[in-house]
Design a protein around this ligand. Structure first.
Ligand code: SAM
Length: 284
């Protein structure tokens, strides 16, 4: 495993390793990680993966997940993003969680808190079935009695914020719980319609999704791991939010052409209210 890029800020660090997630032992200590957030290859023939036999793929998933759980702190959280696989020459769409949950339940020492549905809205249209419009997050923790969950940091505006019952506001003035179905558009591509955050990676997850997970399941200064870093989304958002991040990516091209500029060389912190005020002052 090679440490390709690294940055530090006052209390936080960012490290991107070129290598195989299966070798994470080389660079991460046991119990070092507060939050794992990741989207592994789905074994569906994307440009970065060779399709494996089902059992070989499940063995790969088992191996990295068992290693990852050792890295997790006693009060850590593990968010796993998965989709579905096609069976019977594409006539069956089988959600990956049906195969992966038994590994979590029977072989790992983490517990499922719940499933979260990411409803990404647009996608391919099917003619012989309902068009897929969602992916799943399996939200797990090391200890069901002791884990970080910052609900106030992820509340969303209520539809009727002024509704009252017996003269009292019915809704929390800080907003409502975002629920377990998240309507967040995919990162789009295409001329004239590409999302501003779009990179050349073929499976980039949206910053909004990761922001919600990082805010809910970690505190500033915590250490986050994405063992399948891809375009670097988890590290970019961790950096925006003042959390440390360790990322692992097998593909050197993604590492040099996408992760390096996005998270290291050309990284710019998000504009805060003070910066906005300053640029308005500068304009006047
Ligand atoms: C689904 S993509 C992750 C995308 C990422 N969430 C993002 O927002 O860009 C999976 C990534 O895992 C990488 N990968 C595949 N096998 C790997 C392995 N054994 N170890 C580390 N990375 C691997 C692929 O190159 C790909 O970039």
């Amino acid at each position: 495993m090679e440490l390709k890029y690294e940055a530090t800020e006052d209390e936080t660090f960012y490290r991107a390793y070129l290598g195989d997630a299966l070798n994470m032992d080389e660079v991460i200590s046991d119990n070092q990680i507060d939050l794992i957030v990741t989207s592994p290859p789905y074994n569906i023939g994307k440009e970065y993966e060779e399709v494996m036999a089902l059992n070989d793929y499940l063995e790969f998933m088992r191996q990295w997940m068992l290693k990852a759980e050792e890295k997790l702190a006693e009060d850590g959280s593990f968010w796993l993003n998965i989709g579905f696989r096609k069976e019977s020459d594409g006539r069956q769409y089988v959600p990956w969680e049906y195969d992966l949950y038994p590994i979590i339940r029977d072989e790992m020492e983490i517990s499922l808190v719940q499933q979260v549905i990411w409803h990404y809205k647009a996608g391919v249209n099917c003619r012989h079935r309902l068009s897929p419009r969602k992916e799943t997050w399996l939200y797990c923790v090391s200890d069901l009695d002791n884990y970080t969950f910052n609900l106030d940091d992820v509340r969303v505006p209520a539809k009727y914020p002024n509704q009252k019952k017996n003269g009292e506001l019915k809704v929390n003035p800080k907003g409502k719980n975002p629920g377990d179905v998240w309507d967040i558009p995919k990162v789009t591509s295409g001329k004239g319609r590409a999302s501003p955050e779009r990179t050349d990676h073929p499976a980039q997850y949206p910053e909004n999704v990761i922001e919600r997970i990082i805010k809910a399941s970690s505190d500033p200064g915590d250490v986050i791991l994405d063992p399948f870093l891809g375009s670097g989304t988890a590290a970019k958002v961790a950096r925006d939010l003042g959390r440390s991040c360790i990322g692992i990516e097998l593909d050197e091209n993604y590492m040099d052409e996408i992760i390096n500029p996005r998270v290291f060389e050309e990284y710019e912190p998000p504009k805060g209210e003070d910066d906005e005020q300053m640029s308005l002052d500068e304009l006047s």
